[in-house]
Design a binder for this molecule. Structure first.
Ligand code: NAD
Length: 462
């Protein structure tokens, strides 16, 4: 596959300071498809300097001009949609139709939403005898994961651009080709040199250098809770702003009045999409004891139907990790009703769609984020029991509630300690704030709430 052998800094592809590289592997066949430079502190420093130098002019640009650049970026993403989908499929392994619809499609929606918001947002408001200005936070260090490689980049870069911030991006080491394509798109869209910069590299090297750099004003991180905790601590020590989008263990609560077949079917599909590598996936399905056996049969059937349509996991490490969780589930007494730990194919990091029954809330598979195609069905006795189980993890990113009556579902959802809840299969909304309660994170992405993360206020009194 096509790959740049440099970093995109100050509007051009420049050689990396060192010679180390990262091999990019196609997880469907385990073949190396490209190599990108593994940047270090020197590359990060050059990128941060470029971003700092570009900040005053970009911050002073009229919002309408910033909106025009983001709209142009959206148009490039539209024009290069097939190439983006093909690249995500090659380095992440997602089936092509899913890459087309979700991995390439959602970033187009999000970029479009920020083109509109940049033009319409009230960057200035009157409060009594004051005028309050919303000003850009400054230089943003963005660190992103591999599971939705383009979406997570756009969910940070588009609002940062709209706010008038400049950016240094350190993307995940498994999916750097999508990030390089994005840098090309930014360039084509006519975003001025230095406003967006890309440094590929390893997390503990380039990522850490970016998080610690004193020229960065805000660190926006999406990834694991373990790394997020460290980044939060580093930012706290430097009194630097930080946004953390972390892990999840979301509950899909099916109340007895719900359409059981639909709730189970959509619930299983929600987990299997992207091979279970979705932070907001509803990996715990909570079913009333009176409907439990029926739900188990429906879930097993839905998973079996999914069969071969599922893509591989991203890499060998995740493959081993997810299969280890499945083995642990069996060892702790959960009952496998679909899938299992055996690799279904000789080549590629595939795991079969897996469903566990007889899962109790304290089991490891019901508490820890597996990040694979694994659903756990948990039995509850009454609504209070369901709520206690739903809220009984350290996470609080997302969830779902199903009921015959919308008001009944809403009443339950309002008691959940979580940032996003889909009611009876509600659709994804690119304008709704996305982010976590509890250890799922700090801050929100998307829509005007996401834009506010990149702004700071200044009030002038008259
Ligand atoms: P990860 O934390 O290992 O890596 C994420 C990013 O951080 C990568 O770019 C990586 O290179 C970098 N990184 C790693 N160590 C670092 C360090 N010491 N300093 C600075 N940067 C470092 O996570 P992952 O395995 O890539 O992604 C999976 C995790 O991300 C899951 O837990 C998932 O739930 C979470 N996630 C959360 C959201 C959300 O919006 N809440 C979205 C997607 C993924």
């Amino acid at each position: 596959m096509k790959a740049h052998d440099g970093m995109y800094i100050d509007g051009a592809w420049r050689p990396a300071a060192g010679r180390d590289t990262i091999a990019v592997v196609n997880p469907a066949d385990e073949q190396v498809i490209a190599a990108v430079p593994a940047g270090g502190a020197e590359d990060v420093d050059a990128a941060v300097r470029a971003a700092r130098a570009a900040l005053p002019a970009w911050a002073a640009t009229a919002p309408a001009e910033r909106a025009a650049r983001i709209a142009a970026l959206r148009d490039v993403l539209v024009a290069r949609r097939d190439e983006i989908a093909g690249t995500v499929t090659a380095e992440l392994g997602a089936p092509l139709p899913f890459s087309q619809a979700v991995h390439a499609g959602v970033p187009i929606l999000v970029a479009g939403s920020y083109a509109e918001l940049a033009a319409s947002y009230a960057f200035e408001e009157k409060v009594g005898n004051s005028t309050v200005y919303a000003e850009p936070v400054g230089v943003v260090g963005a660190i992103t994961p591999w599971n939705y490689p383009l979406h997570q980049i756009v969910a940070k870069v588009a609002p940062a651009l709209a706010a008038g911030c400049t950016i240094v991006l350190k993307p995940a080491e498994d999916t750097p080709l999508t990030a390089q394509l994005f840098a090309e798109a930014v360039h084509e869209a006519g975003v001025p040199a230095g406003v967006f910069n890309l440094v590929t590299g390893l997390g503990p090297v380039a990522g850490q250098a970016l998080a610690e750099h004193e020229g960065v004003d805000l660190v926006s991180f999406t990834g694991s809770t373990a790394v997020g905790r460290r980044i939060g601590a580093t930012a706290g020590a430097a009194v630097k702003r930080v946004a953390l989008e972390l892990g999840g263990k979301s509950a899909n609560v099916i109340l007895p009045s719900a359409d059981l077949a639909r709730a189970v079917g959509v619930g299983v599909a929600n987990v299997m999409g992207n091979s279970g590598q979705t932070c907001s996936a509803w990996t715990r399905m909570l079913v009333h004891t009176s409907q439990y056996d029926e739900a188990v049969a429906l879930a097993a059937e839905a998973a079996a139907k999914y069969g071969d349509r599922i893509g591989p996991l991203v890499n060998a490490k995740q493959h081993a990790r997810v299969r280890g969780y499945i083995e642990k589930g069996v060892a702790q007494g959960a009952r496998l009703v679909a899938g299992g730990p055996e690799a279904p194919r000789e080549q590629g990091y595939f795991v079969s769609p897996t469903v566990f029954a007889d899962v109790t809330p304290e089991m490891t598979i019901a508490q820890e984020e597996i990040f694979g195609p694994v659903v756990s069905l948990i039995r509850y006795e009454d609504e209070d029991d369901a709520l206690r189980i739903a809220n009984g993890t350290v996470y609080g990113l997302a969830g779902a509630v199903w009921a015959g009556d919308e008001a009944e579902a809403v009443a339950f959802a309002r008691r959940m300690d979580t940032g996003q809840v889909d009611i009876n299969g509600g659709r994804f909304n690119p304008l709704a704030p996305f982010g976590g309660y509890k250890q799922s994170g700090v801050g929100r992405e998307l829509g005007s709430h996401g834009l506010a993360e990149y702004l700071q206020t200044k009030s002038l009194q008259f």
